[in-house]
Every structure is written in C-alpha cells, then in structure tokens.
Design a binder for this molecule. Structure first.
Ligand code: GDP
Ligand code: MG
Length: 668
C-alpha cells in the first residue's frame, strides 16, 4: 500500500514523516525546505509505503511543487492520503483539504500541533469537525509523538475499507451550479483520464489550462465551459479564481465557527508579534542580523570551534606519530610508509580536523532556522533582493548555499518563476560553501591570526557582494523582467527541538566524514602518487622533480599576476575542483607537513598579500564538480554549467589580480 503525506508548508509534515517512518529527514521552521518527495515505510508495517510530498497551499498548477503533488496524486493513485493540518492555522490549512477531498481517495486528516492548541486554552471539536467534513480526523502532536499510533491505525483501516470522503459538495450558489453542470458534461472525459469528474470540473471552473488539455474536450465543449464560467462570473461579479476561493472560505468559516474555539490570540502568536517588532524592525532588522552572524562566526572560529579543532588535530597528530613509529619499527617499505603517512594521514587528517568547526557553525545556523528567525530574514531581505532582480524566496537557496551548493541549487526548484529560478541557481555559488571553510581557516590562522573572525566575515561578505554585482549585471542583460511577488508566511517562533538540531548536525558530520574518506581520500592518494614519482615512475628524491610539479609549473604562470606562481598553489586549486576541502589536503601533502606544520609551510609559499588574493580567488572560482553537475541537471543544459565554470573562474582571476596588483602598488 502507498500513502501520500500532503499538507501546507511548515505544518509539521517532515516531523510527522519522521515519526511515522522512524527516519531522519531534516526538519526546519522555514517554509520550503522539503523539495524532493521522500519515501519510507511506516514503522511496524513494512508493506505500507509513505511518500512525503512537497508543502503546498493549493492544487492549482502554478508552482512546480503543486504540479509534482498533483501528478503524483492523480497518476499514481495512492491507497490513501494523510492530510496534515496545522491546527493553529486551521482555516488556511483546510483550503487545501477541500481540494484534496475532491480527488475522492481514501483520506485521513492528521490535525497537528494540538499541543499548542491545548497550551493556549483553545479547543477543537474533533468529532464534529470529522462529521461535517466527512473524513476521519485524528488529533496529533507530531513533535511530541502524541496520537501517531492512533493515526496509523485509522489510516490503515480507512485504506483497507477503501473508505472515501463522505461528502464533496461544499459549494453553494452560482459556483455550485457551474461545477455541477460541468461535472456532468465532462464525466466521460474525466473517467478516461482517471480523475474524478468533480475534480476535473472544479479545475475547469478555476481556469486550469493543463487540465483542459488533458481532458481533450471538443470545440463545442470548450465553448460550453467558457459560457458556463462567464455566466458564473457575471452573477457573482468576481473572476473565476476568486469565486472558487470565496466559496471554499465561506464553507471553512462556517465549519470552524462551529468547531473551533479560539482562546483569543494564541500565546505563540502574540509572542512572535512582539519579537518581530524588534527583529523585523525597519531600521534595526539588518544590523541585528549582521550582529547575530558576527557573533556566530566569532563563536565558531574564535572560540568553541577553533578550540575543538585544535583538540582534534592534537589527537590526529599523536595517532599519526604512533602509526609512523610503528611502521618504522616494523621496517616497512619506505614508499608504502610515505603513502600512509605523507599521503593518507597528512591529506585526510588535515581535512578531518575541520569537522568541529563545521559542526559548530551548523549548530548555530540550524538554531536560527529552527527557531523561525531565518524566515524573517528572508522577509527582511526581500526588498534588498528585489533590487538585484530576485525575491525573498531566493534567500532559501542562497542560505542553503552556505552549507553546500548542491542541495542549494536543488532547493531553487521551489521558485515558481523560471526566470527567478535560473538567476538564483547562477548566483548561489557565490555563497561560500562549507567545504571552503578549511581553506579560509588555515589561511586566516596563518596570516591574520588576530583578526581571524573579522577576515572570515569579510570573505563571506566579499562572495555576497560579488553575487550582488553579478545579479545586477544579469538583471540588466540576460534576465530582464520582474521577480514574482513574495508570499511567504512567517511561522511562529518556536524553541528549536534538540532532536531536530542533533539530527541536522549528525547529517552534516556524516556528509563531511563520507567526503573525507571517499573523494578526499582518493584525491590525496592521486596527489601523493603524482608527487612521489616522475614520468618514468621512479621515486623522486625531491618532489620538485615529480610529475605533479611538472603539471603545476605548466599552469602556474597563469597565477603569477595574482602573486602565487608557486606550482603547489596552482596544483591545490586544480584538485579543489573535485572538492574544495582538497585544496587544504593537497597543500599539506605537497609541503610534506601535517596540520600543525601547515601555517609555517604556507608562510613560505605565500606573502600576506598573495594570501589575500588566493583567498579571494578561492571564494569566487568555479564550484566543485558535483555542484557544476547539479547546475546542468537542474537547468537542463551543459551550457549553463560551462557558463558557471568559466564566468566564476574568470571573475575570480580578475578580482585576484586586482587585489594583488593594487595591493602591491599601495604597499610599494
Ligand atoms: P514541514 O515544512 O511541513 O515539513 O514542517 P516541519 O516538519 O519542518 O515542521 C515545522 C516546524 O513545526 C518545526 O519547527 C517543528 O519542530 C514544528 N512542529 C512540528 N510538529 C509540531 C507539533 O506537533 N507541535 C509543535 N509545537 N511544533 C511542531
Ligand atoms: Mg518539510
């Protein structure tokens, strides 16, 4: 059996999905974090599959998510729908419910967030609600795991009995007549298509083009649709979409007035409004945001993260020494010894010691997201983003971009306009991904130890500014036109749940470790090989005679104007294309040191000014292979990914040169 889990954004869908399946998907108090439909099996019921659909407000065909959801429900014929409804926001949530009911599939309503309703002293007459809407309603609290077992029981029972919604006819007046007239007329077409006639008729009244095409109506019938709708519009004096929305909300209002008792404004809401007075203040909002980010960076790089990193690299160093000693005592072949110590331990070890920094940074970011603050920032940023031709919606992918560009680009799918989406995808790589962190950290520690947090922020801001400039250019050239209006509802502030934050951290750590032991591992071995042997596969005495040195020297003149013509720097940048962490591991392997010795070694390769231009270059230059590939998949063309690689590398080279040359002039 297959069940579909559908509901509004931020209604607790992912939380419930995790409870039902026992899986660990990322939860966020941020509309639009679930992009791809996730699949799992319901715990203790291995034969019941559950699909987590994207969060939507309506079943119209306007956004990608709505289309995905619709196609899934209409074409896959799931055995049942679980419609999750946020009880604290019941009117708006039921709007989707009424449309889901029209699909005439077995359905259960999971009335979520009942804990908040209870705490507020509000109440909902679940029995009566269920009777009037004709669908079983189960009150739950997904985050507290209350009522979930009951939900599973009711859901399986409803699906087994194939118990469809008891009523579908929520309409009245002119809309009622139009829907009924059309549903008789298109009955045969709808049946051929496999959709309920009532659903087809409603969509026709709404003016749903794709549905009209799929139904394959005759000329005459299309005329009839036009006439019937026109008649309805004239009678009501509104357009077709408004007519349907009015009709639905009328029904919902009546339903709720008889079943929902609201104890004034909810406490959470009142608190949120209070907090928002400050955090979304006209003048203070952006300074507050910057201050919060500054604090987070300082804590991550200056205090907690750095301390943990030092501790970990101490551990790695002593492990390396122990293994080194053991291998030497055993008298192992020197080449194998070099592979293990100079290759694997130096390379993978140097990257591993950054794990704490990444975990700590994400700890703070996930708290910001989970509390609902990030949604405010998107709202505050809307006006600014609009100036560069984007909307507040684009803030979501951009934000995820600070973690990893790959999911960030994928999350741009939630943008409804093609123009906004393309532009967002092309600008997201300017947000420094977390894999670049090790590079920044090593260089700032080496060259700007006292101002580490500040320089770090400057690097991030530099990337953002370059993104803004590129956005302005794109807006004037390739992407003329206006971004779509920004509609995102601000969720109430919530205390982040330890579980959700913990899960996210575990996810990030796992991801990072996986990369360290796969991509980085292979990259360090390849680098070690190229560095240890010459073209005749003889072990070289000095790595400057190796194959790698030859390749590096061939490319290094390109970077001479940027102040780092050293072959080791250019080689590191090339390996960085496979994964950005590899820049640091390559430098460690090439200079023959470990993390502790790396700063001293870097001091020998870069002047402080060259370090600046190197950092600027790494902020901007091409995203890694995985990200480039995602661009190709998402935008459907190699030309976009080629553009990203060439454009970004070009901009990086120009900025690096500018910084180094201007700096040299000023410093004499
Ligand atoms: P989705 O966008 O629909 O997938 O929603 P999420 O599962 O990401 O949850 C949105 C927010 O609601 C998160 O902050 C959750 O912690 C919170 N949440 C989910 N279920 C409940 C609940 O039953 N009670 C309360 N108080 N909060 C919940
Ligand atoms: Mg979700």
């Amino acid at each position: 059996m297959i069940f579909a889990l559908g509901g509004n954004q931020n209604s607790g869908k992912t939380t419930l999905f995790n409870q039902l399946t026992g899986s660990n998907q990322h939860v966020g108090n941020f509309p639009g974090v679930t992009v791809e439909g996730k699949k799992g099996t319901i715990r203790n019921h291995p034969d019941a599959a559950l699909v987590d659909l994207p969060g939507i407000y309506s079943l119209s065909p306007y956004t990608n998510e709505e289309i995905v959801t619709r196609d899934f429900l209409v074409e896959q014929h799931p055995d049942g729908i679980i419609n999750i409804v946020d009880a604290t926001n019941i009117e708006r949530n039921l709007y989707l419910t009424l449309q889901l009911i029209e699909l005439n599939l077995p359905m259960v309503i999971a009335l979520n967030m009942m804990d908040e309703i209870r705490n507020n002293g509000s109440s909902i007459d679940v029995q009566k609600l269920s009777e009037e809407i004709g669908v079983p309603v189960v009150p739950i609290s997904a985050s507290k795991n209350e009522g979930v077992d009951e939900l599973i029981r009711v859901m399986l029972e409803t699906a087994e009995k194939k118990q469809r919604p008891k009523r579908m006819d929520f309409c009245s007046g002119a809309v009622h007549r139009a829907i009924h007239a059309l549903s008789h007329m298109v009955e045969d077409h709808a049946e051929r298509l496999g959709v309920p006639p009532r659903f087809a008729a409603t969509k026709l009244v709404e003016g749903d083009g794709p549905m009209m095409e799929k139904l394959k109506l005759s000329e005459n019938e299309i005329d009839m649709v036009g006439h019937i709708v026109k008649e309805m519009e004239q009678e009501l004096g509104t357009d077709r979409e408004a007519a349907l929305a009015d009709m639905r909300y009328q029904f919902i209002d009546k339903l709720c007035s008889g079943t929902v008792v609201k104890n004034g404004e909810s406490r959470e809401h009142r608190r949120s409004v209070q907090i928002d007075k400050l955090l979304t203040h006209k003048i203070f909002a952006i300074p507050i945001f910057l201050a919060i980010m500054l604090l987070i960076f300082w804590l991550t790089f200056g205090l907690v993260g750095a301390w943990l990193s030092d501790l970990l690299s101490l551990g790695i160093d002593s492990l390396t020494q122990a293994v080194d000693g053991g291998l030497t005592a055993y008298g192992i072949n020197p080449v194998v010894h070099s592979l293990i110590i100079d290759g694997v331990f130096a390379g993978v070890g140097s990257v591993l010691s950054f794990l704490p920094i990444i975990v700590v940074l994400f700890f703070f970011l996930s708290i910001l997201e989970d509390s609902g603050y990030m949604a405010r920032v998107a709202f505050v940023m809307d006006k600014a983003l609009r100036k560069i031709g984007l909307s507040g919606r684009s803030f979501v992918p951009m934000l995820i971009g600070f973690g990893c560009t790959v999911p960030a680009i994928m999350s741009a799918r939630t943008l409804s306009s093609e123009r906004d989406r393309k532009m967002t995808v092309l600008l997201t790589p300017f947000m420094s991904c977390s894999a670049k962190l090790p590079i920044y950290a090593v260089f700032t520690v080496t060259f700007f130890e006292q101002y580490q947090a500040l320089v770090m922020i400057c690097l991030y801001v530099f990337g953002i500014i370059m993104g803004i400039v590129s956005g302005l250019v794109l807006k004037k050239t390739a992407f003329k036109g206006k971004p779509v209006p920004f509609v995102m509802e601000l969720p109430n502030y919530r205390l982040p749940s330890a579980k959700s934050v913990g899960l996210l951290l575990w996810d990030k750590a796992k991801d990072f470790l996986e990369r360290a032991f796969t991509v980085i591992f292979v990259a360090t071995i390849v680098i070690w090989f190229l560095q240890t042997f010459d073209t005749r596969i003889n072990v070289v005495a000095d790595s400057a005679d190796s194959m790698l040195a030859q390749i590096g020297r061939f490319i290094s003149p390109v970077f001479a104007p940027l102040g780092f013509g050293d072959w080791r720097a250019s080689t590191a940048l090339i390996t960085g294309f496979t994964a950005k962490e590899a820049v640091v591991s390559t430098l460690a392997v090439l200079t023959g040191t470990n993390m502790a010795g790396l700063p001293a070694a870097l001091g020998g390769i870069f002047s402080p000014l060259a370090a600046c231009s190197f950092l600027a270059f790494t902020v901007l230059y091409t995203p890694c292979v995985a990200a480039v590939n995602t661009v190709r998949k998402e935008l459907g063309g190699a030309k976009y990914s080629l553009w990203v690689v060439l454009f970004q590398t070009g901009v990086a080279w120009i900025m690096g040169t500018l910084i180094y040359q201007a700096g040299s002039l000023i410093l004499g």
